[in-house]
Design a protein around this ligand. Structure first.
Ligand code: ZN
Length: 277
């Protein structure tokens, strides 16, 4: 990332120092946030369409087009209309991984019922030497998070010995996510170079987004991918960004407006998003 050098008045410098000590944010963060606000650039903001509860209840009608999402960032994940596969957003490219395992880059007109995206400007990368399983990966991210009460965007690049994913199949509107997830195909890849992208969401936000870690994978050659269930690798490059602003666009589709979204989705999410026991 580019670095900025500039001359400041001693008064302004003192205010910056004071703010940095009070908020425990590096000076660079504060300057960057202030500049982003000045130029009205969304910074460290998660933009999300619909909610995890709506997904759990089978609300799969397209609510936003890829072109609309694109304005809000360059890294993220989601799904497509009628639950037609997994969405992976890397470096501003939107990929669809279908349940036949195929991967394609989608255009701006394609619809999504649920997506989460951010403009990724991470902290300096760290290397995870040995990653025998996804638990080690998330434990390393735990040490980089510093809080359980804000959102984080995540990215992992590297050579994986093993990646285990799944991809949702096109599902009829109203079929609960747990039921849809029970028949989803899974994929195993060996010795594959690729990228994981995703988010960590606080437990308190479980009605809105998948709590804890949620990662999607796409290979470097863009031919493999899916919702991550398990992985193994070494010398992985980890990047993290704290997201303190959380913006949700609620669908105006008929199904969303009429849905009963009062149920706690936590148990269904854990069952639908995790490895099959
Ligand atoms: Zn997923």
């Amino acid at each position: 990332m580019p670095e900025l050098k500039c001359v400041l008045s001693s008064g302004l410098w003192a205010v910056l120092q004071e703010d940095s000590q009070r908020t425990r944010q590096p000076v660079g963060h504060i300057v960057s946030t202030a500049l982003a606000a000045h130029f009205d650039v969304a910074h460290h903001t998660i933009y999300q369409v619909s909610t995890s509860t709506a997904l759990v209840e089978g609300i799969y009608q397209g609510a936003v087009r890829v072109g609309g999402l694109r304005e809000h960032g360059d890294l993220g994940l989601g799904t497509f209309e009628d639950l037609d596969g997994e969405m992976v957003i890397v470096d501003g490219h939107f990929f669809q991984i279908r349940c036949d395992g195929s991967v394609r880059e989608v255009d701006d007109a394609v619809l999504s019922p649920f997506a989460v995206i951010t403009r990724f400007a991470p902290e300096p990368a760290v290397t995870l030497d040995q990653c025998p399983d996804v638990g080690h990966l998330t434990s390393r991210f735990d040490t980089l998070r510093h809080s359980d009460n804000v959102f984080f965007a995540l990215r992992v690049d590297g050579q994986f010995d093993y990646v285990h994913t799944r991809a949702m199949c096109r599902t009829e509107e109203g079929v609960p996510l747990v039921q849809a997830a029970a028949v989803q195909p899974e994929f195993e890849f060996h010795d594959i170079k690729g990228t994981l992208v995703g988010f960590w969401t606080p437990e308190y936000a479980k009605t809105l987004n998948v709590p804890g870690y949620h990662l999607h994978f796409v290979s470097d050659d863009r031919t493999r991918g899916g919702h991550l269930l398990q992985c193994r690798g070494s010398n992985l490059r980890l990047q993290i960004q704290r997201d303190g602003d959380y913006h949700i666009a609620l669908p105006e589709t008929e199904d969303f407006l009429k849905a009963d979204l009062r149920r706690d989705p936590a148990a269904d999410l854990a069952q639908a998003e995790g490895e099959k026991k």
